[in-house]
Design a protein. Structure first.
Length: 337
C-alpha cells in the first residue's frame, strides 16, 4: 500500500543529532536512508496493544498472532493521509479463522480475533494457526469514494510472508517486513503480564525505476526445464535486506531501547533520517447511536428475534462494550400492531 510517491517530505538540509535515548511507545516512526534509496517505518506498541488484547483475554498464541496483525496494519495503514480507514482481515480454515484490524486515520486502532480453542495446540506457528485462506487489505476512503482492496492467498505461511507476497504481486516494490510480539512480566504489579510489539517495514525506492525491477512471477504450468526469469538485486537493496535481517525480535519489543537508537544501530554507517513519530491509540468506533442505526438497518422480523428477556442486547466484538435497548428503542413493534 506504499507507493513511490511517498508522502514523506525530506528537507534539503536535515539537522544532524544523536539518536534520542527516550523510548516512545504506541507510535510509528518514519525514516529514510538516502545513501541506499531506502524508506521505511518502525512501529513500537505497548499500552495500546495491551488494552486491545486484554479486552478479550486471548490465549497467548492467539494474542501474539493478533498482535502481529496489528503491527502490520500500523506499518501499512499509517501511510493513509485522508480521513479514511485501512482494514486488514484474514479468513482461513485454521484454529484462528478470523483476524480483523481496523485502523482509522490518523491514529485509531481496534482489532478482534475469532478462534476455536479446541484446535489450539502447544507450539503451533503463526502459519499453522492461520491455515489456508486469504488476507485482504482494504482502503476505505468514505461513502462517496471507491474502495481499494488487495488480496493475497494464505497457504500455511506467516503474516510476514503474506506481506512480502502482496508487495511482490501487487505493488511491485522491493519490500521486507519484520514483526515481533511478546509478553513483559512486571513483578511490581503482582506478576501481571503486559503485551508489547514492534515491527519494521523497509522498501527500496530508487529514483530510477529500472533499479527496482524484480523477477517475473513463477510461470506455474510452464513445461519442465523452462528457464525462469531472474533479475539480480541492486547492490543497495542487497545491503538493505542484509541489514534488516539482523534485527532480532527482542530489539523490536525492548521497552528500554528507543526506536531512534535501533535505527541508528542498523543504518548509522550510511546515515539515517528520522521524522516526527506518529502517535497511535486504542479506541473503538462503536457507540450507542451507531449500534441503534445498525439495528434499524435490520428487517423488522430480525429485530423481533433479537429480543431476549424483554430487551435487545448488543455486544461489540472489538471492545466488548455492551449496549442494552428496550424493544421500543430497537424498533420492535408490539404484537398485534
Amino acid at each position: 500500500m506504499v507507493s513511490q510517491s511517498s508522502d514523506i517530505k525530506i528537507p534539503a538540509e536535515a539537522p544532524i543529532r544523536a539518536p534520542s535515548a527516550i523510548p516512545v511507545d504506541d507510535a510509528v516512526l518514519a525514516f529514510e536512508v538516502g545513501a541506499l534509496d531506502l524508506r521505511g517505518r518502525l512501529t513500537r506498541l505497548g499500552p495500546a496493544l495491551d488494552e486491545i488484547l486484554h479486552k478479550h483475554d486471548y490465549p497467548p498464541p492467539v494474542g501474539k498472532l493478533l498482535g502481529e496483525a496489528i503491527v502490520l496494519t500500523t506499518l501499512l495503514g499509517s501511510t493513509v493521509k485522508f480521513e479514511g480507514r485501512f482494514i486488514l482481515q484474514t479468513r482461513t480454515d485454521g484454529p484462528v479463522s478470523l483476524l480483523i484490524v481496523d485502523f482509522q486515520a490518523p491514529d485509531r486502532l481496534r482489532a478482534y480475533a475469532r478462534y476455536d480453542a479446541g484446535q489450539l495446540k502447544a507450539g503451533q506457528s503463526s502459519g499453522e494457526l492461520l491455515g489456508k485462506g486469504h488476507l485482504a487489505m482494504t482502503i476505505d476512503q468514505g461513502a462517496e469514494m471507491s474502495r481499494y482492496q488487495g488480496l493475497v492467498a494464505l497457504d500455511g505461511g506467516s503474516l510476514e510472508e503474506a506481506a512480502h507476497e502482496y508487495f511482490l504481486r501487487s505493488e511491485q516494490i522491493p519490500t521486507r517486513v519484520r514483526l515481533a510480539v511478546g509478553e513483559e512480566m512486571r513483578g511490581g504489579e503482582g506478576g501481571k503480564h503486559h503485551w508489547r510489539a514492534g515491527g519494521i517495514l523497509l522498501q527500496f525506492l530508487p529514483k530510477a525505476p529500472e533499479r527496482a525491477k524484480q523477477a517475473d512471477m513463477h510461470p506455474g504450468d510452464a513445461p519442465e526445464g523452462t528457464v525462469t526469469h531472474s533479475v539480480p538485486d541492486d547492490d543497495a537493496w542487497v545491503e538493505g535486506q542484509s541489514l534488516i535481517s539482523t534485527v532480532e525480535d527482542v530489539e523490536l519489543i525492548d521497552p528500554g531501547l528507543s526506536g531512534e537508537r535501533l535505527l541508528y544501530r542498523l543504518f548509522h554507517e550510511r546515515g539515517v533520517r528520522v521524522f516526527t513519530p506518529q502517535p497511535l491509540r486504542a479506541q473503538c468506533s462503536c457507540s450507542r447511536d451507531a449500534v441503534s442505526a445498525m439495528l434499524n438497518s435490520f428487517a423488522p422480523n430480525d429485530r423481533a428475534d433479537m429480543v431476549k428477556d424483554g430487551k435487545v442486547v448488543v455486544t461489540c466484538e472489538f471492545c466488548s462494550s455492551v449496549y442494552d435497548f428496550t424493544p421500543q428503542e430497537a424498533g420492535v413493534e408490539e404484537a398485534g400492531n
